[in-house]
Design a protein around this ligand. Structure first.
Ligand code: C5P
Length: 235
């Protein structure tokens, strides 16, 4: 089965501060999106990468791809995205040609995921899982809260889930294509990752070990860490 990667890159990246869309910000002089594309194309199993651009930014992203060296053996498609991550992924899936039976969904905001993690996810799907997520244990204790007044105001703690049973979830998440398409057709709730749509549908989602360097660049401090990881790799 051939494998394609869909990269939602249509987010504004508001939490990172003002400026260009997050995926287009530079890391080590190269746009974050280009790093993310190279991270997917680094896997020999990935033969197509579908980049989901900001709704009005497909031409700009196409130009960006043309300006950077990318592996010859990989095909690239650029499609315009939507107003939510979920919609952007769905638009990416609709652009997939037939023949790609395994689909990875990878955040442009995780530019530094190592190829071994990508390959481990693909391997787990090849071995029969219909949905696979890379995960890490949590360093922090997590509290469940409820509002104690106005939204954005004080909160009270209502529970402390057992940390040993919790995992932080990364991307790429890997799927049997038909299962993921069905999930996107069926689940309409707001979700923050694709695997949770499969969970709502019913099939079992399994985990593989994630990697610290697959962290999501969300806030300004994450940019500092990403630059440091890149600098270390170049040593
Ligand atoms: O906002 P968050 O960090 O969860 O975004 C995760 C990924 O989803 C990012 O790569 C972002 O570009 C993408 N996204 C998208 N379309 C949106 C919102 C987010 O492709 N409308």
């Amino acid at each position: 089965a051939r494998t394609a990667a869909v990269i939602p890159a249509a987010g504004r990246g508001v939490r990172l501060g003002p400026g260009v869309p997050k995926a287009l910000r530079a890391l080590g002089g190269t746009p974050m999106l280009i790093h993310a594309i190279r991270a997917m194309a680094a896997s020999r199993a990935v033969s197509l990468v579908v980049v989901v651009a900001p709704p009005d930014g497909a031409a700009e992203v196409r130009t960006l791809l043309d300006a950077h060296a990318l592996p010859e053996r990989t095909d690239f498609l650029v499609v315009p995205g939507g107003g939510s991550r979920q919609e952007s992924v769905r638009l990416g899936l609709e652009a997939l040609p037939p023949g790609y039976d395994i689909v990875l969904v990878h955040d442009a905001a995780r530019p530094l995921v190592p190829v071994d993690t990508v390959d481990a996810v693909i391997e787990a799907v090849r071995d029969g899982a219909v949905a696979v997520v890379p995960v890490l244990p949590l360093a922090d204790t997590v509290k469940q809260v409820e509002s104690a007044g106005a939204p954005g105001g004080p909160e009270r703690v209502v529970a402390t889930p057992d940390r040993s049973l919790l995992r932080a979830v990364q991307t790429p998440q890997g799927f049997d294509r038909a299962t993921l398409v069905r999930a996107h057709e069926t689940v309409t709730d707001d979700v923050t990752d694709d695997a949770s749509m499969v969970e709502q549908l019913g099939p079992t989602v399994v985990t593989v070990p994630g990697h610290e360097e697959a962290f999501k660049v969300t806030r300004p401090l994450d940019l500092v860490l990403a630059e440091a990881v890149l600098a270390r790799r170049r040593l």
